[in-house]
Design a protein around this ligand. Structure first.
Ligand code: AMP
Ligand code: ZN
Length: 456
């Protein structure tokens, strides 16, 4: 039995899919800037759910949007168009921007060995479907026209606020300039009229315009998964506005509850605080690599905390995760040629304990602890085989030649210190650290804003 915490009912509930396959929707990335490791926590969470469902024998039909149009500066879809801002900043067309950042996102996903949904859909490829969705809401009386576009009337949906959003929504509505044409402050845009100079616009029954942000997820979910979606995921920041609005759109159109389980991952914090551009701590996977880590270290780090709790990222904690991963993989491989035998009942107990952990709302810290206990048993090929099976959940590379490929933490530290010294133009210190590394058998290859460590 799988149990997941459902943000809608605020309870852990037994999970059973509505139909044969599990239909799962995940809010995807906005592709106007580099994805950071906080975003990657959200997709490791998706990966985690998918692997646990598959391990339990379910087939999955999953979908995810790529937001390449329409997410304005605030979640309430007001303010500047983020895509326009990026376009001006980088002197590229919106499509070039979207392509560039989508590719980077996909590379990170691959490095993290994330099991992606079956359907990945950019919003700009479903504009016709969005227009159709909005037309229907308009005809059914759930939406209305203003001089700015088409708005959803939240007073027509009695359950509005079920995810906990109503109060925040009102605040979000109140914060923005008062729009006299809106019937309720929290009414949100489904379709926005575009001024002539707006670079992304499409013709619609209401003139030239572009979609609001929330409608793309409802439309893509409906198009690929239908009108019953078992699980919908996203970070907690999406719970009170974006997801509240998705529920309103989809449930009003279909006339019934569309999403059964809402699952939200808590935020990754950096150095105990928020990631922010001004603090220069919006780390990307490339930043971790620049400091000598591998994406897989971050994957292992993810398992340290339950998804529903905030997780604090520091380079020190990443180092610990890296060491733990190295030891973990080594320990697994030490069982490969082991000749002791573990009794079938003992193996079965471990299997059950592991399964209980993952099926208890994805308790990964517990699942890893079960593995650690198992690895301490006498060396046995059975243990290797069992770990190989558990690895369907963990998604680690067990075959890596660890001794040769993995650079020890001590070396990473020195390399990082040397890079910082170089950045601070303390070249004497940088050179002496480079020398120390050479003596220890490692050389550094610098590029403009990056370096690589190589074993000599
Ligand atoms: P965005 O590209 O901003 O729409 O974000 C993509 C996904 O990452 C969404 O599900 C967000 O909720 C999630 N997210 C954003 N920041 C963080 C963070 N610091 N920790 C965890 N998840 C995050
Ligand atoms: Zn969404």
């Amino acid at each position: 039995m799988i149990k997941f915490y459902n943000s809608l009912t605020r309870k852990k509930e037994e999970f059973t899919p509505f139909g044969e396959k599990v239909k799962m929707y995940s809010c995807g990335p906005t592709v106007y800037s580099y994805p950071h490791i906080g975003n990657m926590r959200a997709y490791l969470f998706v990966d985690n759910i998918r692997r646990v469902l598959k391990y339990n024998g379910y087939e999955i039909d999953g979908a995810m949007n790529i937001t390449d149009v329409g997410h304005l500066t605030s979640d309430a879809d007001e303010g500047e168009d983020k895509m326009l801002v990026a376009s001006e900043r980088e002197h590229k067309s919106p499509y070039e921007i979207a392509k560039f950042y989508t590719e980077i996102f996909m590379e990170d996903i691959k490095k993290l060995n994330i099991d992606l949904p079956e359907h990945i859909c950019p919003a700009t490829t479903v504009i016709e479907d969005i227009i159709d969705f909005v037309s229907k809401l308009l005809n059914m009386g759930y939406a209305y026209k203003t001089s700015k576009g088409i708005y959803f009337d939240i007073s027509k949906f009695a359950q509005y606020g079920a995810l906990g959003g109503s109060v925040d929504q009102k605040k979000a509505g109140a914060r923005i300039e008062i729009d006299n044409e809106k019937r309720n402050p929290a009414d949100f845009a489904l379709w926005i009229n575009a001024p002539k100079e707006h670079i992304m616009q499409w013709s619609s029954p209401w003139g030239m315009g572009y979609p609001g942000w929330h409608i793309e997820c409802s439309t893509i979910g409906k198009k690929f998964l239908g009108d019953h979606i078992d699980i919908h995921t996203g970070g907690v920041d999406h719970r009170t506005i974006h997801h509240e609005n998705e529920i309103a759109q989809s449930d009003c159109l279909e006339g019934h509850k569309v999403v059964h389980f809402w699952m939200h991952n808590e935020f990754l914090q950096i150095d105990s605080g928020k990631m922010s551009k001004s603090l220069n701590n919006t780390y990307t996977i490339a930043d971790l690599e620049k400091n000598g880590f591998e994406a897989e270290d971050f994957r292992f780090f993810y398992f340290n905390a339950h998804y529903s709790k905030q997780q604090n990222f520091t380079y020190d904690s990443l180092k610990s995760a890296r060491n733990a991963r190295i030891n973990f993989i080594k320990a697994i491989n030490e069982h490969k040629n082991g000749d002791s035998q573990l009794s079938e009942s003992k193996l079965e107990n471990y299997r059950q304990e592991f399964l209980d952990a993952i099926n208890d709302d994805l308790n990964m810290p517990k699942a890893i602890a079960v593995c650690q206990k198992l690895l301490k048993e006498e060396k046995s090929k059975d243990i290797y085989n069992l770990m190989d099976d558990f690895n369907k959940i963990l998604g680690l590379n067990l075959d890596k030649q660890i001794e040769n490929d993995i650079i020890p933490t001590e070396i990473l530290n020195i390399a990082m210190e040397r890079w910082n010294a170089k950045q601070n133009r303390d070249f004497a210190k940088a050179d002496s650290l480079r020398q120390i590394l050479l003596e220890k058998g490692y050389k550094l290859l610098d590029s403009k804003d990056n370096y690589k460590i190589e074993k000599i």
